[in-house]
Design a protein around this ligand. Sequence first.
Ligand code: ADP
Length: 241
Amino acid sequence: MSITISGLTKRFGQTEVLRGIELGVDRGELVALLGPSGSGKTTLLKIIAGLEWPDAGRLSVEGEDWLQLAAQDRRIGFVFQHYALFPHMRVRDNIGFGLSVRPRAARPGKAAIAAKVDELLHFLQIAHLANRYPTQLSGGQRQRVALGRALAIEPRVLLLDEPFGALDAAIRRDLRRWLRGVHDATGSTTIFVTHDQEEAFELADRVVVMGAGRIEQIGHADAIHDHPASPFVARFMGATV
Ligand code: ADP
């Protein structure tokens, strides 16, 4: 689904954490929000998810005004850094959870949920983990399951907030390749938050560089690297290369 954001501002008390955000995301695109800690990335993601409300501005998805829609009506898939898998549920039940709690009219039957979960387990290459509990999984495996749970509802928009942030470098690289493959196969419109340049540049179709509540530059990895649009971007690139 295409996303259009304009003039979005958000304050927490006296602090303006988003200052007039303008951003369009195309249907099926994978965009990375890249910036230092505190630049407003998570707040922007939460506003898209319906977990925070802006003070001003517009947010529409396929032309529909999402600021009029409650979070549960947006059909968002969300993956956080600290896996929110249910510890008492097996992997297959974690993945099926989002489907089993959908409104009655949209809820598939038990057999249809099981079939959908099986399909995802295979597609995500985690079928061998189906009957394990989250405590029996590595960090990387948990994030694969978390993505499975997010994808099960066939989200209109997929939001990933530093999903690999707690993992070590080698596993992050594996997961990046895996996620890019999953994205290419599903074509979900995806926004990925990270403060890791390499991750953003490898994964994303376009990178949105944020600093202090503003978008400093939007572009393809090479353009940002070779032609930083502001001293902030140049410093940030230099600081974390
Ligand atoms: P990032 O994801 O880029 O690290 P955040 O969106 O989490 O940035 O935070 C942006 C700024 O907003 C930070 O200064 C943070 O302290 C502040 N902030 C975030 N959430 C809240 C909140 N619920 N109450 C007050 N301040 C907040």
